[in-house]
Design a protein around this ligand. Sequence first.
Ligand SMILES: *[C@@H]1O[C@H](CO)[C@@H](O)[C@H](O)[C@H]1NC(C)=O
Length: 621
Amino acid sequence: MFTKRYRIVALVLTLCVFFLINRQLQASSSSRSRLILDDPLGTEEEKPQQHPRPANNNNNNNNNHNKNNGEPFNWANVPQRYPISSTIPIPKTNPKSIPTIQHRFREESDEARRVRIARLEAVKSNFTHAWGGYKQHAWLKDEVAPLSGKAYSAFGGWAATLVDSLDTLWIMGLRDEFEEAVEAVNYIDFTHCSLKTINVFETTIRYLGGLLGAYDISGAKYPSLLNKATELGQMLYAAFDTPNRMPITRWDVKDAMVGEGQEEAGDTALVAELGSLTLEFTRLTQLTGDPKYFDAVQRVMDVFAEQQSKTKLPGLWPIAVNAKTLNFGAYGGFTIGGMVDSLYEYLPKQYLLLGGGSQQYRKMYQDALVAMKRNIFFRPMTKGGEDILLPGDVDSNGQTHVSLLETKPRAQHLSCFSGGMVGLAAKAFNTPTDMDTAAKLVEGCLWAYESSNMGFMPEIMHTVRCDDRDDCSWDEAEWLRQVDEAYSSTSAASSAIEKAKIHNLSPGVTKIDDPKYGLRPEAIESIFLLYRLTGNPALPHRAWAIFQNTIKYTITDIGHAELQDCTDTRMEKMDRMESFWLAETLKYFYLMFEEPGVVSLDEFVLNTEAHPLRWRGVVED
Ligand SMILES: *[C@@H]1O[C@H](CO)[C@@H](O)[C@H](O)[C@H]1NC(C)=O
């Protein structure tokens, strides 16, 4: 899963850490830190329910099966083994101190409106198609399998797709469906889990984020959503009950319910899972007035802040850290892609959610951005000579000067969130020159889509990196040399040109490490954000082309399916549709064609599962 060429110095350490990470990752996927699962699906082959309905008919005791002296189990009553002695208060917000985020869009022509509405309807009908498949085949289960119609429970069995889709239903104006789903939320039982261990991060971004996003976007008119979010928040808070108050990221809920199990945070924690819980916990404190949730995540972020200059690449945090000893400086692998991504994404967003009330997140982001510009972003060599950027990876041994480290041109689809992040931060922090960088990053992912043979950026690929960002003219021989090298052992083909053809490499791509298209949102997420930030009128048209192409290849009778190989038309679809397809990908496509006032970035921050959390009231102009 990682590039084969390690630096010799880092070899031993890297392998040890990878071994540990791999072991940790076997049982679950993660969202932004999502990886491919080995045995992902607690497959339940349930009989399809003809009439979608809440589970009350056959599950009378569902809410109360965990009796505790006759009372339903309540996480709020579980005593903390390592209680805090003081609470960090949530800072006072000052949202007026933050500049206007969105571009001021001019009024559109009748013709432009007609085109836009037609596209909006096409996205919506694809959403209702997939939502209908979920309702019919997997109601109240985590996922519907889009080919077989099976029901999967890979995320605890708490109706992941339903909770993840709530705010999309609202945004698309599907009010009856929304209310039916809100009603069904009452039947989710967080004291009963389909898995041995849950991923605290996934549970936070999908479920807690989903409930809070639905509550916020519907104008706080459905209090049951906040009650359910609080119930879940009480549970997740128990994962922070460790001696150093760092959360246990892969957490055995059943053990914890009886006060047993792991007591300390792990020695190999993925930074995305540790460091991107802030938005959801902060919003829960803001909405409930209970300070403990913000306190819990602020303690974690204080450690990240303190460790930021002590890593092997100061400014950035490595993929894995020791959450038990709080040593963040051991591992030397750096990326902003899988296993890391939302850690960075949440810094400017947390600044917004706190209404500019804390400068800590601004500083952390800006220190990280300096290192990203230097060591992560690179210019790929393209045939058309486009001046674009992609995020790569870098290893550091902590000794080599940071200006001499070599960026590996390994581009992940997951990293495509970065254009949106840099753009949003450029507005929030009033650093307009960074919008250039944001646009180049978005163009990098657009290039990956638009130049590929089937119109998709694969999960992971390599390109040719130009050492000089200002001098990057096309060098066909160099591209072919790198293709030849990348496939030296795996391909029987004789010439590099043949290798490129066999592996469906478009010019500039030297290797496709993972050819999957996972219905992922990151590219459209950043295109959407850049559009709302800059108003660039070409973006909706390019997004529409990507949408049509995506639907063409992924649609099934039940929903939409991941592609095993998005560079090969003969390859079959996979039987998986993760909840983020409805929560994120289709929501971003929809918002691309909605009026800019709908889910305005001046009122909402979107968590890493695209759930809108309110940070500012309606702006008076
Ligand atoms: C899905 O989107 C396509 C456009 O790409 C459109 O033609 C189609 O009608 C939409 N709806 C469904 C259910 O396919």
